[in-house]
Design a protein around this ligand. Structure first.
Ligand SMILES: [Zn+2]
Ligand SMILES: [Zn+2]
Length: 341
């Protein structure tokens, strides 16, 4: 049976499983409105996950056919995967921030071979060794799940209330984990009278026990020089200032005292940036930096795909240090290396 939790005030959460993933599940929120239930995120695109979602909705006294709308915190497949199927069942609208909507459109139009070429070029530029690049160069393009995500039909506009009859739900733009990530602030008194301002659906932006992945915004067709870690730290301060009574995240569990969680995360990233400066006393490529950074296990034990994510995270940290004037690229290095200033 799907785990259903009643958070009070017409808000429930369903645990929708993510197959073969240590996170376990996505918390899909069901928010009652005068026009019918609205979902915040939908879960991973997999038959078992769909069954769990449908079962959970039945336990809430509704069904996929009755969903009025779908609000997406960000485009990742554990959040947006089942949106298309919900829309097919119910005719619900799907709302997403424009920056993630653009990623969805480009993912749908990018051929898999373009991704392979892009990824191997990116990794080579980051200093990845030949034995890491060889499998990418030899890979045969095939369709990858999550590359045909549903197109949204509504745009989530930062700072505005969503059109949810009978509810006050405001979009807070929180770029960092993705460029169009949003948190959703339910500007209504907490049903348990906890102190603070309403409740915050925080997606992957603010989680109780893990730090979300902050890497470069990978996009073969975008040449913008972004600073995702800088975006993330700014967004953290923004949600800290909201001072919600309770945070309803998309993984793990609900929690209170958002401000101290925000402070913990800000300190964590500040410490990490400072730690990197001590590594950058010698010139390092992003790959070499990733090898020397602290992860949840030694570099030798990090699997292939996770190394790509780790390098992207190292690059996001370098981008931030360069922007802060605390590190710079070594002139003429190829692949480019970086040093603390
Ligand atoms: Zn995510
Ligand atoms: Zn997630």
């Amino acid at each position: 049976m799907t785990q259903v939790y009643d958070h009070g005030g017409g808000v429930r959460s369903l645990q929708v499983p993510i197959p073969d993933n240590p996170l376990g599940h996505t918390l899909v929120y069901v928010v009652d409105t005068d026009r019918g239930p609205v979902l915040i995120d939908t879960g991973w695109d997999d038959p078992a996950s769909w069954d769990a979602l449908a079962e959970g909705l039945t336990a809430c006294g509704t069904s996929p056919e009755e969903i009025h709308g779908v609000v997406i915190t960000h485009h990742h497949p554990d959040h947006h995967g089942l949106s298309g199927q919900v829309r097919e069942a119910s005719g619900a609208w799907i709302a997403m921030h424009e920056a993630d909507g653009a990623i969805v459109r480009r993912a749908r139009s990018t051929r898999p071979e373009r991704w392979l070429t892009y990824m191997s070029a990116k990794l080579a530029a980051a200093g990845a060794p030949e034995d890491h690049l060889a499998p990418l160069r030899a890979a045969r393009p095939r369709s990858v799940p999550g590359l045909a995500p549903a197109l949204p039909d509504r745009e989530i506009v930062p700072g505005e209330l969503l059109a949810l009859p009978g509810r006050r739900l405001r979009a807070i733009w929180t770029p960092g984990h993705t460029p169009g990530h949003v948190c959703l602030h339910l500007e209504e008194a907490h049903p348990g009278r906890l102190p603070g301002h309403g409740r915050l659906f925080s997606g992957d932006h603010l989680l109780p026990e893990i730090t979300p992945h902050i890497g470069l915004y990978e996009d073969p067709d975008d040449a913008t020089v972004t600073d995702p870690l800088g975006d993330y730290l700014d967004s953290l301060e923004r949600v800290g200032r909201l001072a919600p009574a309770e945070v309803l995240p998309a993984h793990q569990h609900a929690f209170t005292d958002a401000a101290s969680r925000v402070r913990e995360l800000l300190t964590h990233h500040e410490d990490r940036l400072t730690g990197l400066l001590t590594l950058l006393t010698e010139p390092l490529t992003p790959w070499q930096l990733a090898e020397r950074m602290e992860w949840n296990r030694p570099w030798a034990q990090i699997p292939y795909g996770s190394r790509n994510i780790a390098v992207s995270e190292a690059e996001a940290h370098l981008r931030r240090l360069v922007k802060l004037g605390r590190a710079e690229a070594v002139a003429g290095s190829e692949p480019v290396t970086y040093m603390a200033v």
